[in-house]
Design a protein around this ligand. Structure first.
Ligand SMILES: [Zn+2]
Ligand SMILES: [Zn+2]
Length: 334
């Protein structure tokens, strides 16, 4: 009577595989997630490139460069969805077998028996197909690797190509510069639109936009230095965040390359850059309140301990120009 059920159960128990399709987003990208628990960075990869260029045995995380086989990059959301769909599918298969068994039982009742029996199975029949996993929202920053041309997308920034592991220091730096420029250009627009709501909101939002831009300049500079230094001098160990500190960073270049920031920008520009870096340090660590360390390190005569630093749009733009000058010279050296 339940041969079909037994068959299905044997099938599930054996090597039967259930595959749950994953749909790309509107731009053709599928979601991926770094399997390293410390990172779990989410990004997207173009579906065609994933099939044609990516290697089965090795995929890189664009954020932390963790390596793992291609089958390890499903997102937590995809795994949850797939488990649910697989469970439903197995449920459906078992239910279908029960329905079939009951039908078979009813059809094979002896015609002239005086005792009539019928079997009714009330479970829901299973669906023939599995609903695919929908893609998450499209990600804004789309990057094509200069080395292997794999296309991927991230939110914010990325440092490595997920396909070949190429370190995209230049692309990352250029992206950061574009982002800061766009933010500074939009400040007046944000200010005018928010003034209609509240003066405080307009002031606070714009100040925060300017201050985070200064931070982004420093981080972009630091990152480019770190990455290109490690590439040029792979045997030299560098201390964590060394390039956040201009003096320490200059020391590393001088010692290993024989040249440094002072060869690429004027002393005035270098002094200004030190001040911008130190102000950024205050914004990150003391909410902008000047301390003795700032006075000692920056030699900035315009502040006293206890004041709050002021950063204007023109400061960010100027800082960005000096940084670009350093990076251009550095690129020429490498
Ligand atoms: Zn990662
Ligand atoms: Zn690549």
């Amino acid at each position: 009577m339940f041969e079909k059920l037994i068959q299905e159960l044997q099938r599930i128990n054996g090597t039967h595989q259930i595959s749950v399709p994953i749909r790309p987003d509107k731009d053709g990208y599928v979601d991926k997630e770094c399997p390293d628990k410390k990172c779990l960075f989410q990004f997207k990869v173009h579906e065609d490139d994933w099939k044609n260029i990516f290697k089965e045995e090795k995929v890189f995380c664009p954020m932390c460069r963790n390596e793992a086989a291609a089958k390890s990059w499903f997102t937590a959301g995809q795994i949850k969805w797939a488990r649910q769909r697989a469970k439903e599918h197995i449920h459906g298969m078992v239910n279908n077998a029960f329905i079939e068994g009951a039908r078979h039982f009813n059809e094979n009742q002896p015609r002239n028996s005086f005792l009539k029996m019928s079997m009714n199975f009330t479970g829901k029949p299973g669906m023939k197909y599995i609903v695919p996993i929908a893609a998450g929202q499209a990600m804004e920053l789309k990057i094509a690797c200069k080395e292997c041309s794999a296309r991927y997308a991230v939110i914010g920034s990325a440092f490595f190509c997920p396909c070949c592991g190429h370190n995209s220091a230049e692309e990352t730096f250029e992206n950061a510069v574009r982002k800061v420029e766009a933010k500074i250009q939009n400040i007046e627009l944000v200010r005018t639109s928010l003034l209609a709501v509240s003066k405080d909101a307009a002031e606070n939002t714009c100040r925060s936009m300017i201050e985070t831009s200064l931070n982004e300049c420093v981080v972009a500079f630091q990152r480019f230095n770190e990455v290109s230094f490690a590439k040029k001098f792979p045997a030299v160990n560098i201390r964590m965040n060394a390039f956040q500190n201009l003096e320490a960073g200059a020391g590393y270049w001088q010692q290993n390359l024989g040249k440094s920031y002072s060869d690429w920008i004027s002393q005035t520009e270098l002094d200004e850059l030190v001040i911008y870096f130190q102000r950024r340090h205050l914004l990150c660590h003391t909410e902008g309140i000047v301390d003795q360390r700032y006075i000692d390190n920056s030699r900035d005569p315009s502040y006293q301990v206890g004041q709050r630093v002021i950063v204007k749009e023109k400061d960010v733009t100027h800082c960005l120009r000096i940084i670009q000058k350093v990076i251009e010279s550095l690129k020429a050296e490498l």
